[in-house]
Design a protein around this ligand. Structure first.
Ligand code: 13P
Length: 249
């Protein structure tokens, strides 16, 4: 009942030449059986939207400001992303939390801003290695969910991404048991707070060193509804096998 989602986060990578990767993805997946999302850097959102016109690939932003407009040099609002043709926005990524000291309360404000502009918010949570080693993972995730999510949301406007910080860009991947434990925990928290119907319908993505070679086993884990992929989303040849694995899962 939850439509699967293969999402690519290009982070601070890509120039107009990279749009060729979208053409290649289109050709490789003329009619994908899962939702496919690419979040390029803000400079490429408009041209990426043009590149995927008449195709099911969705384009998203990687962050937005909590306010709709104003004196915030260098920032982009949710309505600007929407105007550029984006339909999703990643919020609260651990790199934003670290590089820009984004705390849960701000992520919640941004999520509300995304919803107000009719964007689907992909809200990221995840523990550091120290927090995992101290056996605090489930508490940390629960706290991030409680603080980063608004009181009112639904499965149409919100996706959760579990991204253990220590697995991002490191090639280290949690065991499938570890992934399953956190995803089940997130599901339980969502059902508790938003009711069974909504809680059960929200998609939960796994992110952190997902590749074509490990996608099958990750997608077989309960409550994993797709992936948020960094490095392996930059090239269509790397991302395409992940889409295919998700279609087969
Ligand atoms: P990697 O796939 O490069 O580990 O990055 C994951 C991520 O942070 C996606 O948002």
């Amino acid at each position: 009942m939850r439509r699967k989602l293969a999402a690519g986060n290009w982070k601070m990578n890509g120039t107009s030449e990279s749009l060729a990767e979208l053409d290649a993805l289109r050709s490789a997946h003329p009619a994908p059986q899962v939702d496919v999302l690419i979040c390029p850097p803000a400079t490429l959102v408009t041209s990426a939207v043009v590149s995927v016109a008449d195709h099911d690939i969705a384009i998203g932003g990687q962050d937005c400001h909590a306010k709709p407009n104003g004196a915030h040099t260098g920032d982009i609002s949710a309505s600007m992303l929407k105007d550029a043709g984006a339909s999703y926005v990643i919020l609260g990524h651990s790199e934003r939390r670290t590089d820009h000291v984004e705390i849960d309360g701000l992520v919640r404000q941004k999520t509300l801003a995304a919803h107000a502009s009719d964007l689907i918010a992909v809200v990221c949570v995840g523990e550091t290695l120290e927090e995992r080693e101290a056996a605090n993972t489930l508490d940390i995730i629960a706290g991030q969910l409680a603080g980063s999510l608004p009181d009112v949301l639904n499965a149409q406007n919100t996706v959760i991404a579990y991204e253990p910080v220590w697995a991002i860009g490191t090639g280290k991947v949690p065991t499938t048991d570890q992934i399953g434990e956190v995803h089940d925990h997130i599901r339980a928290k969502l059902e508790q707070r938003y009711g069974e119907g909504v809680g059960r319908s929200i998609r939960i993505l796994y992110g952190g060193s997902v590749k074509g070679s490990n996608a099958d086993e990750i997608f077989a884990v309960s409550n994993v509804d797709g992936a948020l992929v960094g490095g392996a989303s930059l090239k269509a040849s790397d991302f395409s096998p992940i889409i295919t694995a998700l279609e087969k899962a």
